[in-house]
Design a protein around this ligand. Structure first.
Ligand code: NZQ
Ligand code: ZN
Length: 381
C-alpha cells in the first residue's frame, strides 16, 4: 500500500448551506457562475446563489448541456478571459461541474482547450473553482476529474489534475427534491459503479478501503431497496453523501482500480447518447463475467459482505445479484437502441476504443480489444 492522498475540498453539507458561499469565496474575486439548462431557475437554487453572491462582482454563463461539450464550454472560456474572471462557481450536476473544470483549466492556456483531453497540454494552473451540487452521482464536486465531449468527432475523454480540485462543495440535499426519478436512479447506479471500479479488482489486503467500499455499497443497496419511499430527508442526505464518498479519492487510495466499465460506457454515450449511468449498467455485468477469474476472490467477498449471500457464495452468484439489483431498479443491463445491426454496433464501439487507445483496460491491463469485443457481444442485445 503506497499513496499520497489529499482532498482539499471543504464540504458544506445540509439544508440551507448554499448561504455558506458568502464566506467561502474571497470578497475581491470576480465570479463567473456556470450552470446548465435552467433547472436551477425552477427550484430556487439560482435565487439562493444570487442572494449569497450579493456584494460580489459576478457574471453568469448558462447552457452547459448533459455530457458537456467543448464547443459550448469554449464560449465560457472566452468570457473568463475577456472579463478577467478569477473564480468559477459551478452550480449543477456532474456535467456543469466537469464543464467548469475544463473552463478553469482552458482559460489559463493559449491553445485549444481540447489539447488538455488529448494530453498535448499538461495543466499547470487553473482559475479557482467552487461548486454547488444539484445532482448526487459523479463525485465531481470534490474530485479532480472531468469528462468532456467533442461533439464534432464524437469523442468523450477524461482528464484529471489537482489544479481543478474544487475549493468547496455545497451539498444541500433539499436541491434533490426536483430531480426526476430517472436522474435519481442514474445517481444511485453511477455511485454504485464508482465504488465497484475501486473495489472489485484483486485482493490486496487493504482492510480499511475494502470495509469502507462495502459500507458504501450496502448503503446504496439499502437506498435502492427504499427507492419507492425515497421522498424524505434521510434518503436524500444518504444518497448525496454516499455518492460523494464513492469518488472523492479515499476508497481508491493505495488499491488497484479497474475503470474499464467506464471506458466502454463512455463510448456508448459518445455514439448513441446513452445516459452515463445507463451505459455503465449495460457494460458492467458482462464485463465482470468476462473477467471473473481475475476478480473471483473480491466478488466472493462482495457476495458475503454486501449481499449477505453466505460463507460459501460464488462469484457467479454475486454478479447475478448485481444484475438483479439493476433490474429491481428497472435499469437495463443490455443495449438495444442501435440503428443498424448488433455486429455494426459492436464494431463501432471497438473502433472507438481503438481510436482512444483503450486497448489494455482493467486493473491488469487484460481487457484488450479482443476481450472488449467479447464483452460487447454479450452486453449488446
Ligand atoms: O442542465 P439542467 O437544467 O441543470 O438539468 C440537469 C440535466 O438535464 C438535470 N438536473 C440537475 N440537477 C437537477 C436537475 N433537474 C432537476 N433538479 C435538479 N436538482 O439533470 C440532468 C443531468 O445532469 P448531469 O449533470 O448531466 O448529470 P450527472 O451529474 O449524472 O453528470 C453526468 C456527467 O458526469 C460525467 C459523465 O460522463 C457525464 O458527462 N462523469 C464525471 C465524473 C467525474 N468528474 O469524476 C465521473 C463519472 O464517472 C462521470 O463519467
Ligand atoms: Zn461514473
Amino acid at each position: 500500500m503506497q499513496f499520497t492522498y489529499s482532498n482539499p475540498t471543504t464540504i458544506f453539507f445540509g439544508q440551507g448551506q448554499i448561504a455558506a458561499i458568502k464566506n467561502a469565496i474571497p470578497a475581491d474575486k470576480k465570479v463567473l457562475m456556470i450552470y446548465g439548462g435552467g433547472s436551477i431557475k425552477k427550484n430556487g437554487v439560482y435565487e439562493q446563489v444570487k442572494t449569497a453572491l450579493e456584494g460580489y462582482e459576478w457574471l453568469e454563463f448558462s447552457g452547459v448541456e448533459p455530457n458537456p461539450t467543448k464547443e459550448t464550454l469554449d464560449k465560457a472560456v472566452q468570457v473568463v478571459k475577456a472579463e478577467n474572471i478569477d473564480f468559477i462557481l459551478a452550480v449543477g450536476g456532474g456535467s456543469v461541474i466537469d464543464g467548469s473544470k475544463y473552463v478553469a483549466a482552458a482559460a489559463t492556456y493559449e491553445g485549444d482547450g481540447w489539447d488538455i483531453l488529448t494530453r498535448k497540454h499538461t495543466v499547470t494552473e487553473a482559475v479557482a473553482i467552487g461548486t454547488v451540487l444539484t445532482l448526487p452521482a459523479t463525485g465531481s464536486e470534490s474530485n479532480c476529474g472531468a469528462v468532456i465531449t467533442k461533439a464534432e468527432t464524437q469523442d468523450k475523454l477524461a482528464f484529471m489534475t489537482p489544479y481543478v480540485h474544487p475549493q468547496f462543495a455545497v451539498m444541500d440535499p433539499d436541491v434533490m427534491k426536483t430531480l426526476p426519478e430517472n436522474q435519481l436512479l442514474n445517481g444511485l447506479v453511477d455511485a454504485w459503479v464508482h465504488t465497484c471500479e475501486q473495489y472489485i479488482t484483486k485482493n490486496t489486503g487493504a482492510y480499511v478501503q475494502d470495509a469502507y467500499a462495502e459500507g458504501l455499497l450496502r448503503s446504496l443497496k439499502t437506498l435502492g431497496e427504499q427507492f419507492a419511499d425515497r421522498d424524505n430527508d434521510e434518503w436524500r442526505a444518504n444518497l448525496m453523501w454516499t455518492a460523494n464518498q464513492a469518488l472523492n479519492g479515499l476508497i481508491g487510495a493505495g488499491v488497484p482500480q479497474d475503470w474499464a466499465t467506464h471506458m466502454l460506457g463512455h463510448e456508448f454515450t459518445a455514439l448513441w447518447g446513452v445516459a452515463h449511468a445507463r451505459s455503465l449498467a449495460i457494460v458492467q455485468p458482462s464485463l465482470l463475467r468476462n473477467q471473473i477469474e481475475a476478480k473471483r476472490e473480491k466478488l466472493e467477498q462482495m457476495g458475503r459482505n454486501v449481499f449477505s449471500l453466505g460463507a460459501d457464495c460464488s462469484a457467479e452468484q454475486t454478479i447475478d445479484a448485481i444484475e438483479q439489483f439493476y433490474h429491481q431498479l428497472d435499469v437495463a443491463t443490455h443495449f438495444e437502441q442501435y440503428e443498424t445491426s448488433k455486429e455494426a454496433a459492436v464494431s463501432a464501439v471497438v473502433q472507438q476504443l481503438d481510436k482512444h487507445g483503450m486497448t489494455a483496460l482493467g486493473e491488469n491491463g487484460a481487457i484488450t480489444l479482443e476481450e472488449s469485443e467479447k464483452i460487447l457481444n454479450s452486453a449488446i442485445a
